[in-house]
Structures are given as C-alpha cells and as structure tokens.
Write a protein that binds this ligand. Structure first.
Ligand SMILES: Cc1ncc(COP(=O)(O)O)c(C=O)c1O
Length: 417
C-alpha cells in the first residue's frame, strides 16, 4: 500500500503545541518507557478541560437536579440542561428532548431493545443486526427476541469486513421490526454505509438504531441527515467521563414507546392507582442520574467541536493510512479488516503467535494496545482467529508513536517466533 508520507500530518497541534500536552495521563512512563496509548477504542484519555470541569463540578455545583429550589440545585439543573443542549447541537438533533442521558452505549441499546420489544415485537417477527456488532449490540436483541419469540437475523460480511448490502436488501420483509447496526466497527474499523441502510430499512417501514460508540469521536454525526430513529454512544470514548452516554431517539418514537425504568424524575404525578409519566426526555431518566458525568460531557463535546471533528477525522485517517502501510510490509501479519472505508482501528493477526503474547511484550515497551476478541466474538469466529492485536487512534497519537510501535512490534515478533 502506497502512502504519500509528505502530506501526512505528524501530530495534531493545539495553540501551536502538540495536543497531547492537554492530556496529563499521557505524561507518564510505563516500565521506564514513555507511555504510548493506542487503546482509544476501549476508552480515551481525558483533556485538562474535562478533568477541570469534573473538579469544578464537585467544588462548586454538587447538588441534586430538578427537585430543589435552592441555589446549588438550580445551578446543577441549569448545567445539566445546558450540557444536553450542547449534545443536541453536536449531533444536530431537532430538539434536546430527543437527547437522553444514559450510562453509555450499552445502556442505550438495552433501553431501546426493552421498550421497543414490548411495543412492537411479536412472535415470528425478526430483528436485523450485522456480522460485525459489538456484544452490546447483539445480546440485548437476543434477550428481546427470546422474550417475544422473535428471530435474530444477521447481515453477512465479506473477507474485507464490508457488509453485503444485497443480502441486507433481500432480508428486509414485513416481519423485520427493527434494524440495529454499528456505524464504525470497533474491531475492523469498517465505516458502514449507515445512511443507505437507514434508507432501505425505512423503505420497508422499519426503524433503525445506530451504534455510534466508535463514530462520534471520529466522524461528524448528524442524526437528521442520517434520519436514524435511535442512536447511542458513550462519553468515555469521546474524551469525556465514564458512566455517561447518550441515547438519541426521534421524538415521535420516544413519545409512543413505554417507559423503561420507573422512579423519581420520570413521573409527573403518582398515586397508588396510577402514574402520569413525565414529558421527554425525563420520561427515560428515572432516578438520580450521573449528574457530574452529564454536566462535564459538555466539555468533551466542546473539546471535539473546538478542534473540529472533520479535522480530527482527516488527521486520524493519516495515522491509519501510515500505520497500515508500514504493517503491510512486515511479513507474517494479516490485517483483519481491509474495508475501503475505515476509521479508528487497525486490527492485526500475527501468524503463529497469540495476540495476548504480543500485547504483553508491547506493554513492557510502554505501548498500550488491546488484545483479544474486543467484545466481537462472532468476528473472531468468522476469521477463525482467537483474537487480534488492535491499535486504535485518538487525536493525541502521533506518527512518531506509530514508528515506535512498528519497531517494537518487530522486536516482539522476533522474540516470539
Ligand atoms: C461499537 C461498540 N458498541 C458498543 C460498545 C459499548 O460501549 P460501552 O461499554 O461504553 O457501553 C463499544 C465499546 O467498546 C463499542 O466499541
């Protein structure tokens, strides 16, 4: 693979300085070597702006939301809703009432699988997912199918890790009640043609949920342009806090679907004979939420917006192309996932070597990669491998780090083969 290295940006600058300076966790040594962090698909490091926002929250705002008249409660409530508005703008949602705070992608998918299942799915119906889904976009649908007697169908993929769209079209019929697919595969890096998937599903009268856990930090996501019905993502993979995520849902759906959990905040009135549910988005936010996470998610959104998601995408694409071209030159390595459209992740399989052993040796050289099935066991089964060594990129990674990774990988392979 030919890559023109002259045009590749070696590092992302912020205020004339490497963006990595904004991330304190990167400034440490591991086994005496400077940390090189390539495990960003699992979770990203946090910039000072997010870390300071968390500290500020507990130092100046900490209070429960929506229920208090006192000053701090008002402040917390305002900040919580300001953050919701920022997220709505970030994904171009029509209204912030379509933006629900969740624990993360997994939580959002489980919510829809549960409430949509009760609302729309009957015995003999089907649900379509794809061959490259994360377990959190498989298991909730399996549970839902089991509960309602429905069948789970899977869009197949080819060797490159691209979905077979003709097969998908053939699978669509009147029994398909929902389609749930990942925007970008966390293992293969494939960017799926989600807009086309949504168009085809809608032509069949079927709503679509998009798993955007690996998308919002790498590409611009516009829910109105996509026309998706539901979309879920996690704060911690986009430079934000852990334990907070977003479920976007079209108002028309969220209005008619039943509530998920019952409790405080999701009600208007309660008597022993019945309950009137709260309006959107509160209907789906029962109990005291992760207030600090929700409020400080705004700092992560602001961080990405300030850098420019398209600029991040172009820069990371350079990293991916560069790493891919160098890895291709190493004998005995297969790249798992060679789709034409890719972002974020580069998965490798080293012939005759278990990925775990490579990961352990790289760790001793200060490099954090993830090894294993990456919560996509069916993908491993498809390629008949136990796992991969996965590098996944963030805006603070550099070309120098990739050079160091390549020389370290060669050393590791020499030790193991
Ligand atoms: C594609 C994809 N979907 C869903 C998830 C689950 O995200 P979370 O664990 O934050 O809920 C992940 C996490 O790696 C993922 O990569």
């Amino acid at each position: 693979m030919e890559v023109n290295t002259e045009n590749i940006v070696r590092q992302f600058l912020y205020g004339g300085e490497p963006i990595g300076k904004q991330f304190p966790a990167l400034h440490q040594s591991v086994y005496g070597k400077p940390l090189v962090y390539f495990d960003n698909a699992a979770t990203t490091q946090k910039p000072y702006s997010v870390i300071h926002a968390i500290s500020d929250y507990y130092s100046t705002i900490n209070s429960n939301i929506h229920r208090g008249v006192h000053h701090l409660s008002q402040k917390a409530t305002d900040a919580y809703e300001v953050s919701r508005n920022a997220v709505a703008a970030f994904i171009n949602s029509r209204s912030s009432s379509e933006v629900i705070f969740t624990k993360g992608t997994t939580d959002g998918i489980n919510l829809i699988a549960d409430v949509y299942g009760s609302y729309a799915v009957k015995e003999g119906d089907s649900v379509i997912i794809s061959a490259m889904e994360h377990h959190s976009n498989i298991v909730p649908w399996q549970i839902m199918c089991e509960k309602h007697g429905a069948v789970l169908k899977v869009i197949p993929m080819n060797e490159n890790g691209e979905l077979l769209m003709d097969e998908f079209e053939r699978m669509l019929d009147e029994r398909v009640k929902i389609v749930a697919v990942t925007y970008i595969s966390n293992t293969l890096g494939t960017i799926n043609p989600v807009k086309r998937i949504i168009e085809l599903a809608h032509a069949n009268g079927t709503p679509v949920l998009i798993d955007a856990a690996q998308a919002v930090q790498h590409v611009a996501v516009d829910v109105q342009d996509l026309d998706c019905d539901f979309l879920a993502f996690s704060g911690h993979k986009m430079y934000g806090p852990t334990g907070i995520g977003i479920l976007y849902g079209k108002e028309e759906w969220l209005e008619k679907l039943p509530p998920y959990q019952g409790g405080g905040d999701m009600i208007k009135t309660v008597t022993f004979t019945g309950t009137e549910y709260n309006e959107l988005p509160f209907k789906y936010e029962a109990g005291t939420p992760h207030i600090e996470g929700a409020i400080t998610l705004k700092s992560a959104v602001d961080f990405i917006t300030e850098l420019g998601v398209n600029e991040i995408a172009a820069f990371e694409n350079g990293l991916l192309q560069y790493a891919t071209s160098l890895v291709t030159e190493i004998p005995g390595i297969d790249i798992i996932g060679t789709a034409k459209a890719k972002a974020g992740a580069l998965s490798l399989s080293v012939k005759g070597v278990h990925p775990y052993d490579v990961g352990v040796l790289l760790d001793k050289m200060g490099i954090a990669v993830r090894t294993g099935h990456h919560c996509t066991q069916p993908v491993m089964d498809y390629y008949c491998i136990p796992g991969t060594v996965r590098l996944s990129f963030a805006v603070y990674n550099t070309i120098e780090e990739i050079d160091y990774f390549i020389s370290s990988l060669k050393r590791a392979i020499n030790m193991l083969v």
